[in-house]
Design a protein around this ligand. Structure first.
Ligand SMILES: *[C@@H]1O[C@H](CO)[C@@H](O)[C@H](O)[C@H]1NC(C)=O
Ligand SMILES: *[C@@H]1O[C@H](CO)[C@@H](O)[C@H](O)[C@H]1NC(C)=O
Ligand SMILES: *[C@@H]1O[C@H](CO)[C@@H](O)[C@H](O)[C@H]1NC(C)=O
Ligand SMILES: *[C@@H]1O[C@H](CO)[C@@H](O)[C@H](O)[C@H]1NC(C)=O
Ligand SMILES: *[C@@H]1O[C@H](CO)[C@@H](O)[C@H](O)[C@H]1NC(C)=O
Ligand SMILES: *[C@@H]1O[C@H](CO)[C@@H](O)[C@H](O)[C@H]1NC(C)=O
Ligand SMILES: *[C@@H]1O[C@H](CO)[C@@H](O)[C@H](O)[C@H]1NC(C)=O
Ligand SMILES: *[C@@H]1O[C@H](CO)[C@@H](O)[C@H](O)[C@H]1NC(C)=O
Ligand SMILES: [Ca+2]
Ligand SMILES: [Ca+2]
Length: 523
């Protein structure tokens, strides 16, 4: 097969990046055949070995967050059009399909729902959000209908980042967490905490009555985290109750006057403590002052910084890398720049989190456009990989060829995630107006993967990780990650395939590890 020699060369030259740019080996496996479901994707995807993927639904408009209602319904927020209920059932096999759909909420002013959705633990109260407000309804899952609309949180309007993610804590269901992003790339309005910008706040919804006035976001609620540019995904670890979020970092970045935007700063996974009263004293995560390093190559004034350390754009007496380290909470994990994480959900065992990466626009070589898994330690409730890891996110579902992710085509831009009782992962795709379902077929054991990082302070990494070159162009669409921009779905072009990806080259499994500044290939 023609991939083999190039693949081996990439591994030798490319170090860690080779792993994400390997062309998938062609295989016969197509989950749509296994499932006998006739929705064929219009673009190629690859799915990790041991998993299957199939397209569950399409024609969903700009599909953002999704929510299983516990009674067979999958609720989908479609920005600018409302909420749809997909009645999902299994055939004789475990293959889910949609029996019928019902429009639950037709969008209209003043709603303008654009991203967030939640359900109370009873499944009887539905929450959804717009740029300005959070709304609540009584919800009947047997008829997929709503009544008694009320506005419960307001005063959230700003430009630029307009999604307001909703997260109802399973361990503390009287608290609704709401994330609000910044009004610009580096937003000075986020500095005064009382502006309520670039924050996650929690609102007590248990004492709301039908006549309660809405909470005002900036001045009420409990501050869970600040200095969070745009933390679109929020999740709670199912065993320990630790709260985590994933953050979309700044674009067009310079440091000491040098352009560093392609590779830095990284995207963040932040840890917020526990809702049982054990929130950390310091809840400021750095924005708009400090940002985490991902890639050390050619980084100006690197000193001892390594992946996960937060740096400042300039070094002044008031604000410098030391201030960053001293004053602000660093991320728990850092991901490759501009992948745009939009959601995070745990499996029920707490051994793994799934993260949707919407995909980049602000880098020459496109990244993201995938669903990845991050390994967790169920007992400690923390990721297995250290904060220095370069490869904490492992690919699960990928766009076949990220270079083809252009505004004139339909492709995979994952947004919302849900995990059902069987451990299946539902994924929405706003640019395709679709929902995918991923399922681990059980023929691979849970395996952890060796962490790759820069090791000690040898300062000698550059020669090992620059084997890729910079082809490609702008893989993005000009609308960032997070932004539910208005979009018209372009025409479907051709049929795609689902291929299974395995790290099998010439019959050997390739494992990359990093030892003392040198990449070693272990077969
Ligand atoms: C909803 O059902 C109608 C038929 O009743 C169908 O035309 C439409 O494509 C369906 N929408 C989705 C998103 O499945
Ligand atoms: C979903 O489909 C099942 C089986 O046809 C039906 O009994 C149920 O009422 C449907 N649910 C909704 C909300 O339409
Ligand atoms: C929410 O408010 C109710 C009623 O005032 C109170 O009993 C409960 O402790 C509050 N929850 C939190 C997490 O503060
Ligand atoms: C609910 O209780 C919390 C305290 O737990 C309080 O801060 C909040 O204002 C109350 N909300 C309403 C609507 O009474
Ligand atoms: C919104 O905030 C303003 C002050 O910034 C305040 O005067 C107003 O009452 C708030 N609105 C609501 C509905 O709480
Ligand atoms: C909250 O939960 C964490 C994790 O279980 C625990 O370490 C902490 O002591 C708890 N805090 C309180 C105030 O109960
Ligand atoms: C950093 O310094 C440069 C040159 O002095 C200046 O143009 C730029 O505005 C500064 N950036 C920040 C974020 O302070
Ligand atoms: C770091 O950036 C260089 C290009 O400047 C690239 O070749 C290399 O693969 C990157 N390393 C990682 C770990 O992404
Ligand atoms: Ca940060
Ligand atoms: Ca970005």
């Amino acid at each position: 097969m023609r991939f083999q020699s190039t693949t081996a060369a990439l591994l030798l030259l490319g170090g860690v990046q080779a792993q994400t740019t390997l062309p998938p080996p062609p295989t016969e496996t197509s989950s749509s055949e296994t499932c006998a479901i006739n929705l064929t994707p219009s673009y190629d995807v690859t799915i990790a070995k041991g998993w299957t993927a199939h397209l569950l639904a399409r024609n969903l408009g700009f599909a953002r967050s999704i929510k299983l209602d516990g009674r067979g319904g999958l609720l989908v927020v479609s920005a600018q059009s409302g909420i749809v209920h997909l009645n999902v059932t299994d055939r004789a096999s475990t293959c889910p399909y949609v029996i019928n759909n019902i429009t639950v909420i037709e969008d209209e002013r003043p709603l303008q729902l654009n991203h967030g959705i939640e359900l109370s633990p009873s499944g009887r109260t539905l929450y959804a959000s717009s740029r300005e407000s959070v709304w609540a309804w009584d919800y009947d899952p047997s008829t997929a209908s709503v009544s008694n609309r009320r506005e419960i949180i307001t005063n959230m309007t700003n430009t630029d980042h307009v999604s307001r993610t909703l997260f109802l804590s399973p361990s503390h269901p009287d608290l609704l967490l709401v994330s609000r992003g910044s009004a610009s790339n580096i937003d000075p309005l986020s500095i005064p905490l009382e502006n309520g910008i670039s924050q996650i706040r929690a609102f007590n919804i248990s004492n709301l009555t039908s006549t309660s006035p809405p909470y005002s976001y900036p001045s009420q609620g409990l501050l869970i985290g600040s200095g969070l540019r745009n933390s679109v995904g929020i999740a709670e670890h199912p065993i320990t109750g630790g709260v985590f979020s994933v953050e979309n970092n700044i674009d067009q970045t310079t440091r000491l006057g040098t352009d560093i935007h392609n590779e830095n700063p990284g995207e963040e996974l932040n840890f917020h403590g526990f809702l049982n009263g054990s929130l950390p004293e310091n809840r400021h995560h750095g924005y708009p002052f400090c940002f985490p390093l991902y890639n050390r190559t050619d980084f100006p004034d690197l000193n001892t910084l390594t992946t996960g350390d937060q740096f400042s754009l300039n070094q002044t007496a008031e604000l410098n890398d030391e201030t960053c380290a001293r004053e602000y909470v660093p991320p728990r994990l850092t991901f490759k720049a501009h992948m745009a994480p939009l959601d995070i959900k745990f499996n029920s065992e707490g051994t793994r989190a799934y993260v949707s990466f919407h995909g980049s626009w602000n880098r020459d070589e496109p990244e993201g456009y995938k669903v990845a898994e991050v390994e967790w330690d169920a007992g400690t409730g923390q990721p297995v990989h250290s904060a220095k890891s370069l490869n904490a996110a492992r690919d699960l579902l990928n766009t076949g060829d990220v270079h083809r992710c252009r505004p004139d085509g339909i492709f995979l831009r994952p947004v919302g995630l849900q995990v059902d009782g069987r451990g299946r992962v539902f994924v929405s795709n706003d640019y395709g107006g679709e929902v995918w379902v991923l399922e681990q077929t059980g023929d691979v054991e849970e395996e952890s993967w060796e962490e790759v990082n820069y090791g000690g302070d040898d300062g000698n990494d550059d020669g090992n990780d620059d084997g890729e070159g910079n082809g490609g162009g702008n893989g993005g669409t000009g609308t960032d990650d997070e932004e539910p921009a208005e979009t018209s779905n372009p025409a479907v072009k051709g049929a795609g395939t689902v291929r299974t990806e395995g790290w099998v080259v010439m019959g050997m499994t390739i494992v990359l590890s990093f030892v003392g500044g040198i990449f070693v290939i272990v077969a």
